[in-house]
Design a protein around this ligand. Structure first.
Ligand SMILES: NC(=O)c1ccc[n+]([C@@H]2O[C@H](COP(=O)([O-])OP(=O)(O)OC[C@H]3O[C@@H](n4cnc5c(N)ncnc54)[C@H](O)[C@@H]3O)[C@@H](O)[C@H]2O)c1
Length: 500
């Protein structure tokens, strides 16, 4: 039993607060919706009525339950109305002084036992609690957007939070049928600590001319099975929000990957914020899929990571054809062909073709079928072009793989191509967070699966794919870029050492 009967949500006129109020009222708690804006409260009251109306239509609740739930929700613009509540959850503006001021005022109004919870995404719970006059009774309770739909809550303790407070807040989230995970009072907790630098890496990859935003989404969805591509997510949350997140994180973490990418600032300055302004990273332009393709011959120099078991694609090859596909690390130039396609591992295509800056057009195209360590190869083909790659050669390679049923993306000859470039720093982060005790491996993975719709968490995936393989891929990219995010995390170094 939590002893909590009445809950107040501060900022209930806003996006998160409105959802949190629905969660509380739905679970049977008397819910005071507090906001400084009466208009915002009225708008959210309408939204709550609509939400519960839909729940009735879908058979999730009866009309009587809906009426009783709405009757449990009351509006307030005067803080004094919160005097008797047992739990206050604040979801007001993301500003330390504003949050401290609110808790400071509430300390003089609420009863001794009232627990204060903060839904902050980027601020420290300990610092917010510092202004409350009751820092043992303050807890972090980070809901995901939209709160009324998403079950995950990241729970964190400030330095002075008492066990009693943490346990009572935890029990309350369970009484609401939410799924809490425990994390530490560190910037971004689990979800944003992994997501903010990753999303910045995505923007930097576009800025670096690696590939289109569309191809990043295709690659990440097909290669990693994420439900939503990162560019779709960025356009949804807004590039202005991403700027704010970077500005909040970088000064605390000094992680360069958290710093706002220049392209992100330029997009915001240009009014391209994402869905809310009508245009963002995604352009809506994808080339039509090929319906016919030239024939291809296979030349194998040894084991292929892309096609280890043979299969239909290899069976469909001919003896002599306009395109030659080299598997297993081999390559022989042949200017008489429409295209010469070379399988890549962690190396760049230039290793095979040479790095001549001013040679004429080249018919050589690189490719790799994305594969997580020894997992079965995915359906994703990353094609690699160099500046001088003949568009006809690229089109022929694309057509061959598309007609064979693969998801095909095209990227520049840059280290890690698309998927490894973006996902390896995230694996290193997750492994380091595990060492630092941010959360258990299970909770970190659960957070990513529930909060972001990943099919499996980063720790499960990187260990399944093999930590030694992660070491190899990360080290190869580090050697070419010098970017610290690719420095293999301790566990990967250990795995590599043991393998040797
Ligand atoms: N939007 C997200 O995806 C998301 C996700 C998780 C957590 N959060 C966190 O939730 C909090 C709110 O974010 P949001 O996106 O819902 O913001 P929002 O701007 O949509 O809503 C904030 C609400 O707080 C009200 N408000 C501001 N100052 C107030 C005060 N002193 N007293 C009473 N009401 C006040 C505003 O009138 C507004 O209705 C932030 O701390 C944010 O970091 C946001």
């Amino acid at each position: 039993m939590t002893g909590i009967k009445t809950v107040a949500v501060c900022g209930a006129g806003g996006t998160m607060g409105a959802g949190i109020a629905i969660v509380a009222a739905r679970a049977g708690f008397d819910t005071i919706c507090f906001d400084m804006s009466a208009d915002a409260l009225a708008r959210q009251r309408g939204a709550a009525e609509k939400f519960f109306g839909k729940s009735v239509e879908k058979g999730r609740m009866t009309a009587e339950d809906r009426d009783a739930t709405l009757a449990r929700m009351s509006d307030a613009t005067d803080l004094e109305a919160l005097a008797d509540c047992d739990l206050v959850i604040e979801a007001i503006f993301e500003n330390l002084d504003v949050k401290k001021e609110l808790f400071g005022k509430l300390n003089g109004i609420c009863k001794e036992s009232t627990i204060f919870a903060s839904n902050t995404s980027t601020l420290s719970i300990t610092e917010i609690a510092g202004g409350s006059g009751r820092d043992d009774r303050v807890v972090g309770m980070h809901f995901c957007l939209p709160a009324q739909v998403m079950k995950l809550i990241e729970m964190s303790r400030g330095i002075n939070t008492s066990d009693e407070t943490f346990d009572a807040a935890w029990a309350w989230t369970e009484a609401c049928k939410q799924i809490p995970v425990e994390t530490q009072d560190k910037p971004g907790f689990i979800l944003n600590a992994l997501l903010v630098p990753f999303n910045n890496d995505v923007i930097r990859a576009i800025e670096a001319g690696l590939c289109s935003a569309e191809d990043i989404d295709i690659a990440i969805k097909s290669g990693l099975g994420y439900k939503m591509g990162p560019c779709t997510l960025l356009d949804l949350i807004g590039l202005d929000t991403q700027v704010r997140l970077g500005e909040a994180f970088y000064p605390i973490t000094l992680d360069k990957r958290a710093a706002v990418p220049p392209l992100c600032r330029r997009m915001v300055a240009a009014g391209r914020l994402g869905n809310k302004s009508g245009s963002g990273l995604l352009t809506g332009q994808t080339p039509p899929k090929a319906t016919e393709a030239p024939g291809y011959a296979i030349v194998s120099a040894g084991g292929s990571r892309s096609f280890p078991e043979g299969g239909a694609f290899l069976d469909a090859a001919s003896e002599d054809a306009p395109v030659t596909i080299h598997l297993g690390g081999g390559f022989a130039p042949d200017t008489g062909k429409t295209a010469v396609v070379v399988e890549l591992d962690t190396e760049c295509l230039g290793v095979h073709t040479g790095e001549s800056l001013n040679g004429g057009p080249s018919n050589v195209v690189g490719f790799a079928r994305y594969r997580n360590g020894d997992d079965a190869p995915s359906n994703l083909i990353e094609l690699v072009r160099r500046p001088q790659t003949d568009p006809a050669a690229l089109a022929a390679a694309r057509a061959i793989f598309e007609v064979a049923g693969f998801d095909v993306v095209v990227c520049a000859d840059q280290p890690g191509r698309i998927v490894d470039r973006l996902v390896r720093p995230k694996y290193n982060d997750a492994l380091r967070f595990l060492d630092e005790g941010l959360a258990t491996a299970a909770d970190m993975d659960k957070t990513c699966c529930m909060g972001l719709g990943y099919p499996d968490g980063p720790l499960e995936r990187v260990t399944r794919g093999g930590l030694a393989r992660h070491y190899d891929v990360s080290s190869a990219i580090l050697a070419m870029t010098g970017q610290p995010g690719y420095a293999p995390a301790r566990a990967a170094v250990v795995a590599k050492t043991r393998e040797g």
